[in-house]
Design a protein around this ligand. Structure first.
Ligand code: SF4
Length: 344
């Protein structure tokens, strides 16, 4: 779990206590070797916070993050048994941001920006070897001739080229996991598919796992389907459904997954039969004060009294690899005996 205290203005702080935003709540996620997990959900659902927690740049307020069995934050604080140094963990878990232009130093040439992390993590590497590695990777992502691109400043690159430089910077570290946080959202539609295909090629070539974050179901679906990975649906800080995309999107079990699928029905002819938005309310609850029980009950068209009392656990269906957090998936639950909520 990751909970934040809201920032208070000076005036407010005289009267009000800071409030707690429950950005991520009680989420458990395993990333294995050569894995692809695409997390999707509305803005503010906690997917970026979860991604940053997974790669060890956001400290959880409860629970732990482990890398090959090593607690990441014990390594960072140098407490407990530390078998893997924090520096090694930082090298292995990389991130690509939505806006690569903002994360590249505008005053430095591409080569200088790419050399910096290698100098830090591989100080014994010769200049020739370092540059050969950079040129090879620039060529691999289609930036040829690489020496030409390496000598440019970020403003001399297009958005797609900047994103490729960010990808090269992550790959230079030979990472185990790359978090791609809305990495294609800022690109033109035509470039999006091209960039996602490149991510998938590199994932296979370098045996790197990807955690791909998107607010767009079609992007997440494309990556999860083409890689044979998983898609995870997030709502108000929780994963409500996760599994193979053909299960999760082909036959959604969670009412919120049905909402997301409805919202992209124009891209999915098989969803055309869903005519009305499958929600009771379009208002997204405040993560400072999430609804009791199941957090989706204020919007869920299938909500019953029992849903307001207890939160459903993410339960594996045991055969297809899909897990769902909804009382409806448990045929013995009191849900089935309780009354539909008013307005349903
Ligand atoms: Fe809807 Fe109840 Fe399932 Fe929550 S637990 S998604 S409110 S049916």
């Amino acid at each position: 779990s990751v909970h934040f205290e809201t920032e208070q203005g000076l005036f407010d702080s005289l009267f009000d206590e800071p409030e707690t935003v429950r950005a991520v709540d009680d989420v458990s996620l395993d990333i294995t070797e050569n894995d692809v997990v695409a997390l999707v959900g509305e803005s503010g659902c906690g997917k970026t916070t979860l991604g940053k927690t997974v790669i060890g740049v956001q400290r959880p307020t409860e629970g732990s993050v482990t890398y090959h069995g090593q607690d990441v934050w014990d390594a960072k604080d140098d407490t407990g048994d530390v078998d893997i140094e924090y520096g090694e963990i930082r090298r292995a878990l990389q991130i690509i941001h939505q806006d690569p232009g903002a994360s590249l130093n505008p005053n430095k040439k591409v080569l200088t920006s790419l050399e910096a992390p290698l100098k830090r993590w591989e100080p014994d590497m010769s200049t020739e070897d370092r540059q050969a590695r950079i040129y090879a990777l620039l060529g691999r992502v289609g930036m040829t001739p690489p020496q030409d691109y390496a000598n440019r400043f970020p403003h001399q690159l297009s958005g797609g080229e900047q994103q490729r430089v960010a990808l090269v910077r992550a790959l230079l570290m030979n990472p185990d996991v790359i978090l791609a946080d809305e990495a294609v959202s800022a690109l033109d539609v035509s470039l999006r598919v091209e960039t996602m295909d490149l991510l998938l090629e590199l994932q296979e070539q370098f045996d790197t796992s990807f955690v791909f974050i998107s607010h767009t179901l079609s992007n997440a679906r494309y990556l999860a389907e083409k890689s044979g990975g998983r898609i995870g649906i997030m709502y108000l800080g929780e994963i409500v459904e996760i599994g193979p995309p053909e299960e999760v999107l082909g036959n959604p079990q969670h009412p919120y997954t049905k909402v997301l699928r409805w919202a992209t029905a124009d891209l999915d002819p098989s969803a055309q039969e869903i005519a009305d938005p499958p929600v009771r309310s379009i208002d997204i609850p405040d993560p400072v004060d999430p609804p009791s029980g199941c957090r989706f009950h204020t919007r869920c068209p299938e909500a019953r009294e029992a849903c307001t009392r207890t939160a459903p656990a993410l339960g594996d269906d045991g055969s297809t690899g899909r897990a769902v957090a909804c009382h409806r998936s448990d045929e013995d639950h009191e849900y089935w005996e309780s009354e539909p909520l008013e307005g349903v």
